[in-house]
Design a protein around this ligand. Structure first.
Ligand code: EPZ
Length: 420
């Protein structure tokens, strides 16, 4: 497992380009299973999770090749299998988003029940509730979700749970309803930009969908879909991560190719903290102001503060004078980064789903990467720490950040990847 070595206290300066959204790529690649057609997807990031999803589709019978650094051609004409095997799904929970496409194409699907992961149990009860409302028979057999449907009929489905809307749940039900007889209304739908991006691809494929980006999505069933070409949206979480790299290092960083509208609440919080934010037409530029102020943040479904930027924001707030609070409402256990930040001298107290952060100084230390965003938070902390930080098991970061060491080095960070 590689590690990343960072020598801190070096203000970052310059511009960095955002890649395509990992959390768009995964459901959009899965959507290409719905119709025996050819697809071109552009702006796809080269990250481990995308490679895992590609392997899954190839195992099901798709022909996939990279036409360029970020363009995929997918031919799902000869997909004949409807069983997503355990050894693939267990690698990446997001593989669950092949359930909807396989059921809608074959009227049957067998997908290994995704395990939990380090940020929580990650249930899929809402996905299964939605599929049953469409008329699917769902059984659990030998650790697999076994779905069968003589036919799928449009239904009115309330899809949110105790923690709010479900992103991949909304994706699965949208994809499972494209051929259903009549209208399907999804209430309590996820409004994330990645769900809108998926809906836009499905519409290009011939689906009839309204209400994307709102909590009520309506899908009118059609007979068939066809191939399409689509450029996926930029990765708002990667963008937020690099914006934080600029302010945690007390430098000045511009992130290009990102629409600020995808980060409204996050930017609002930066401004509240005293960060100077400039819109440059091609992206967003940030510079830490002289007197930064502590914050109180609550993570919520979009357009609320994204849980996927919680760990990175925690790292930043450990360097901001005063007492900050973070309430994690989506994944109450998403605090793997806290123990490692404490090793770097951070002052963080956790009480259930809330952390209290007292701003101070960070000192370099060897730390362990765990989940994707916690690992990114440790790299960010290393930029602000006095001395050297070694982030071990960098595999976790490579799952969702293309070339993070190269991109940070291009901003002047003293950072290198060490092959172990
Ligand atoms: C997506 O996961 C993202 N992953 C996650 O990003 C992100 O953190 C999450 O949405 C929330 O924004 C991808 O898009 C590939 P959810 P998803 O269903 O869809 C509960 C990253 O770091 N829930 O919106 O799996 C669930 O436990 C990853 O890039 C149920 O209770 O998340 C959570 O508390 C991590 N039952 C909440 O809802 C269900 O059936 C939101 O989960 C489904 C979810």
């Amino acid at each position: 497992m590689d590690k990343i070595v960072i020598d801190g206290l070096c203000p970052l300066k310059g511009k960095v380009k955002v890649s395509g959204a990992k959390n768009s790529s995964l459901p959009l690649i899965a959507a290409c299973l719905i119709s025996p057609s050819k697809f071109i997807l552009k702006n796809i990031p080269r990250v481990i999770d995308v490679h895992t999803m590609i392997k899954l589709l190839v195992a099901l019978g798709s022909k996939i090749e990279w036409l360029s650094e970020d363009t995929l051609s997918i031919d799902s004409t000869n997909v004949k299998k409807w069983r997503a095997p355990y050894q693939m799904v267990s690698k990446m929970r997001a593989s669950v988003c092949v359930l909807g496409p396989l059921l809608t194409r074959f009227k049957k699907a067998e997908v290994s029940y995704p395990g939990g992961c380090i940020i929580g149990t990650r249930p899929i009860d809402l996905h299964l509730k939605g599929l049953m409302r469409l008329g699917a028979d769902i059984q659990l057999k030998d650790g697999y979700v076994v779905a069968n449907a003589k036919e799928l009929n449009g239904a009115s489905i309330y899809l949110a749970g105790n923690f709010g809307s479900t992103v991949l749940g909304t994706a699965n039900i949208m994809m499972a309803s494209v051929f259903a007889k009549g209208d399907t209304t999804i209430e309590g739908a996820a409004c994330e930009p990645e769900v809108v991006d998926l809906g836009n691809l499905l519409i290009k494929m011939g689906a009839k969908i309204q209400g994307l980006g709102s909590p009520t999505i309506t899908v009118t069933g059609v007979k068939e879909l066809h191939g399409a070409e689509h450029t996926i949206i930029s990765d708002r979480i990667e963008a937020g991560t690099y914006l934080i790299s600029g302010i945690i290092s007390r430098g000045e960083v511009e992130v290009e190719d990102i629409d600020p509208k995808l980060l409204t609440v996050f930017i609002d919080k930066l401004i509240e903290c005293g960060v100077e934010v400039t819109y440059t037409g091609r992206g967003i530029k940030v510079k830490a102001g002289k007197d930064l102020k502590s914050l109180e943040i609550t993570t919520l479904p979009y357009p609320g503060f994204p849980t996927d930027l919680q760990a990175q924001m925690t790292a930043f707030l450990t360097t901001v004078p005063g007492i900050s609070f973070i309430h994690e409402k989506i994944y109450p256990d998403r605090f793997m980064h806290v123990a490692e930040l404490l090793r770097m001298g951070a002052k963080i107290m956790r009480e259930g789903p809330t952390t209290m952060i007292q701003g101070g100084e960070l000192k370099g230390a060897p730390v362990m990467a765990s989940d994707l965003r916690a690992s990114a938070a440790l790299v960010l902390a290393g930029l602000a720490a006095k001395g050297r930080t070694e982030v071990n098991r960098v595999y976790h970061i490579d799952r969702g950040y293309p070339k993070i060491d190269e991109k940070l080095a291009s901003l002047g960070a003293k950072i290198k990847r060490v092959k172990e």
